[in-house]
Design a protein. Structure first.
Length: 233
């Protein structure tokens, strides 16, 4: 209970901080900074990320290049079948240990792309730990990327109830491949964080969203913070 109270106090204080910061970001911040403030004011508990129509039979793809708590929260709330994709070896090993007693969790030591290849990924502990293909640091390792269209075909995946992706800029390679192969039609809910540090990020996001709206309708749009779309029936 104390831990919950601590977390609640932290979230309330964080919301107040963003309420104060919001008018400043509107004048002088980037689109991302302004939308983060708006998001935190409206959704201090990050509700829309977890408020989905899922159950114990649902299939969830967690495509986050880091050990965040998304899978934990989704498992605690819905107990679905969940596929986790983690290309960094250290994180992959931690995840396999963490979920070794949960038969509904499958963990893969690779990330997704539009083609099969290896690429360097960088890690840093500046301003919080992060991994990125685009942002350089002295800590680098080679990772495996797999064509997402081929993977879904080979695994005979016929439906995905929730596809949540936050891969630090590489979404601009993965989502178009889903659209190109029409595998996007297998996904009920698409949850994306686009990133603004990629060249021509705004144009790329707009093009992808335009293509996604042919099969899905937007339910949440916070540019470069979170886009959530649901399949048109």
């Amino acid at each position: 209970m104390w831990k919950y109270k601590q977390n609640t106090i932290y979230i309330v204080l964080k919301r107040l901080y963003h309420i104060i910061l919001l008018p400043i970001r509107k004048i002088s911040g980037t689109i991302y900074e302004y939308n983060v403030c708006k998001w935190m004011v409206k959704y201090p508990f990050a509700g829309p990320i977890f408020e989905h129509n899922l159950n114990e039979n649902s299939i969830v793809f967690d495509v986050w290049w880091h050990i965040w708590l998304f899978s934990d929260w989704i498992i605690d709330k819905f107990d679905p079948y969940i596929y986790i994709f983690e290309p960094v070896n250290e994180y992959y090993n931690l995840l396999t240990t963490k979920y070794k007693n949960n038969p509904k969790v499958k963990i893969f030591e690779f990330g997704f792309s539009d083609i099969n290849k290896s690429i360097d990924i960088y890690r840093s502990w500046d301003l919080g730990e992060w991994t990125s293909i685009y942002k350089k640091s002295d800590n680098v390792e080679s990772i495996k990327l797999v064509d997402i269209g081929e993977f879904l075909e080979e695994q005979n995946i016929t439906k995905i109830d929730l596809f949540s992706i936050n891969i630090e800029g590489w979404e601009y390679e993965v989502i178009p491949r889903l659209i190109e192969t029409n595998k996007i039609s297998l996904i009920n809910i698409v949850q994306i964080q686009f990133h603004d540090f990629v060249e021509w990020a705004n144009n790329k996001r707009q093009k992808i969203m335009l293509d996604l709206r042919k099969t899905h309708s937007s339910i949440i749009e916070y540019e470069f913070v979170r886009d959530i779309l649901t399949k048109i029936n």
